[in-house]
Design a protein around this ligand. Sequence first.
Ligand code: KG4
Ligand code: ZN
Length: 341
Amino acid sequence: MKILGIETSCDETAAAVIEDGRTIHSNVVATQIDMHAQYGGIVPELASRQHMLTFNAVIREAMEKASMELRDLDGIAVTYGPGLAGALLVGVNAAKGLALAEETPLVGINHLEGHIYAAWLEDIPDPANDPGFPLLCLIASGGHTDLVLMRDHGRYELVGQTRDDAAGEAFDKAARVLGLGFPGGPEIQKMSERPHGPERRFPRPNVKNSLDFSFSGLKTAMLHRAQEKGWYPPGEDEIDESELAGVAAAFQEAVVDSIVTRCVAAAEKYRVAGIVLGGGVAANSLLRQEAITRSPVPVIVPRPGLCTDNGAMIGAAAWHHLRDAPQYGWDLDVVPTLRLG
Ligand code: KG4
Ligand code: ZN
């Protein structure tokens, strides 16, 4: 079953053709990040307009790379939430247009479910190593840090979430305080990998008797550290790069430790067969490494390009919705605050 997966919930206009939830025929991602970086964060109205301008070219490229015509598709899938309302509207409306023109089944996909299904794409996991269910899924992105217990395809239970900032948001805010670029996660990772001396560790945020996360205290600790060193507010003095790398590395360790500790605790509590990592923060190399080292069960983590937003994950998730019952979602609406489980 060949499905066109479309994603426009935030700052990537993305489309992919996926067969049977697994094989990637094409995967095109047009990122707007440079446009938003000059404002230090995503500007919702600019995002919607850019999706509108880019959409047709992205769809055309995805179809060309897959060597297919729209009429060859068995379904069209589009993210309908969570995300920026205006950005989601562009994708949903355009997907309806395509589906109507070709009378193709159309299904709306939860973006968070998409991040989970990136784990089934291509050879990840190798079918021989597929641990089966139940799985513990971490979705760590710019807007979410959720622990979801997945008992089977389509069966989700939210067992942990952030009480304040999302992990990606914490990286983005910390990077801003350190004068690094946007998005902050990749910048902090890059800085952490530079040579540095020892640095005082950051506190490990802890929500007692719970699998919930909290990152706002860590953000405040970073602000105090930068003020103490005279780096914030930004001044004329040059910042010692190895000291900066040390602070970035200590911060990254604290976020990663906080995430992995809860993943392992949840995996043990629910006796899962494996852990799936997804969302932009799962592109972080220390997180990937630590999760694999400390987990008592196999860890399935898509390659970094499939952790950040893309259309392939939407096409992969859609297969499970469309294969049993074709749907025609003409009344599909966007749900910016959609949850999973
Ligand atoms: O899933 P995603 O692409 O978009 C949302 O659904 O939000 O996640 C974006 C987030 C940003 O906050 C970004 O800083 C973070 O993922 N991120 C990373 C890395 N790459 C992206 N965080 C840490 N390390 C990375 N390598
Ligand atoms: Zn995402």
